[in-house]
Ligand binder design. Structure first.
Ligand code: ZN
Ligand code: ZN
Length: 348
């Protein structure tokens, strides 16, 4: 028997036959052992990284399990000391999320919106705002909204984060109250005297959102200055000044960019649809493909498809193409026209 008989086929089927009568059987056994070891090493090689990963995960798991009770103690202590603040953060986040969902849904319903959910959302937001300003009246938190410094003495990192997050939430809530009122305001399909077209309302939503983002990015300046200047117990004014200069440079650049973006977005948002109206008596069909009823103020797109202005406006708020043939249309896309409020935290 040839000692090197372990060809690929026999390796694959894991069959090893040793001729016990052969004088070379010890040599055979050694060769088989050697081949088996090689085979095991080869099959194990791709898993080396996985094994390390598993070891690391197990190590982390063990560490976390043993340290978890102590982390819990820290969390409980922090929660006890800052319970009002933490509860407020949770309550703010939940009510902003809920309000956002309701407002976007009701804004999309146009004239068939329900007044009750919108009024309820507005009331919840007003109660949240008033209770916040009342709970933290000693801190004079309202000063944050007029570029002034609330009466915190210790400007450590947690104070900074707390001020930034609360300011963000308060401004978002105020903007959502205004958006809610705008949803309640009569639309042109309500046939009122001082009503608003759907497209104009979208532009106001967009304007409110962009201006609130710009306002928040301005409001973050004062807390950052306080943090960089008043957090320094050792009084190393040189280092503080260096950090302040660094912050001012980046912030100035950011503000310049935001201003340009704000101007562009407002222009896009208030541009009229560049499509001409069609006299109703010139129409071959009298049913709008979107609302499936008679045309109201029809306009003709560049692709020659005709829709009611209000129907196609709600589509064009999200897409720059024809809803029927999907051909591209010459309009700039503006966001936030659907009453959506961005939850993206502006913290610098
Ligand atoms: Zn229509
Ligand atoms: Zn079309």
């Amino acid at each position: 028997m040839n000692p090197r008989r372990l060809n690929n086929n026999s390796m694959a089927s894991n069959e090893y036959r040793i001729d016990l009568n052969s004088p070379n059987n010890i040599e055979d056994i050694e060769t088989v052992q050697e081949d088996l070891v090689n085979q095991i090493q080869q099959t194990n090689r791709p898993n080396i990284n996985n094994d390390h990963l598993h070891q690391l995960i197990n190590l982390l798991k063990d560490n976390l399990t043993s340290t978890f009770p102590f982390i819990l103690i820290l969390i409980l202590k922090a929660f006890y000391e800052h319970s009002a603040g933490i509860l407020m953060v949770i309550f703010f986040s939940a009510s902003i999320y809920h309000a956002n969902t309701v407002l976007v849904d009701q804004a999309a319903l146009k004239s068939s919106r329900q007044l009750c959910p919108v009024i309820r959302v507005i009331l919840i937001l007003i109660i949240s705002l008033v209770s916040f300003l009342y709970l933290f009246r000693e801190d004079k938190f309202y000063l944050c909204l007029i570029f002034s410094r609330p009466s915190y003495t210790n400007w450590n990192l947690s104070t900074l984060l707390w001020v930034l997050y609360s300011t963000f939430c308060i401004v978002k809530m105020m903007i959502m109250i205004l958006k809610g009122l705008l949803i309640l305001y009569p639309l042109s399909s309500d046939k009122g005297k001082y009503c608003l077209t759907f497209r104009k309302r979208g532009s106001y939503f967009s304007l409110l959102e962009y201006s609130s983002q710009f306002y928040i990015s301005l409001l973050t300046i004062r807390p950052w200055i306080s943090f960089l200047l008043y957090n320094n117990n050792q009084g190393n004014i040189l280092f503080s000044s260096f950090l302040l200069l660094f912050y001012a440079t980046i912030k100035f650049y950011n503000l310049y960019k935001s201003t340009v973006e704000l101007r562009q977005s407002i222009n896009k948002s208030f541009q009229n649809l560049p499509f001409p109206p069609v006299p109703i008596n010139e129409l071959r069909e009298n049913m709008c493909p979107i609302c499936q009823s008679e045309y109201q103020d029809p306009i003709i797109l560049t692709c020659k498809h005709i829709f009611c202005e209000e129907c196609v406006s709600s589509w064009l708020d999200r897409n720059a193409s024809c809803p029927l043939c999907r051909s591209k249309l010459p309009i700039g896309q503006a966001n936030y026209r659907d009453a959506f409020t961005s939850g993206y935290l502006i913290w610098y």
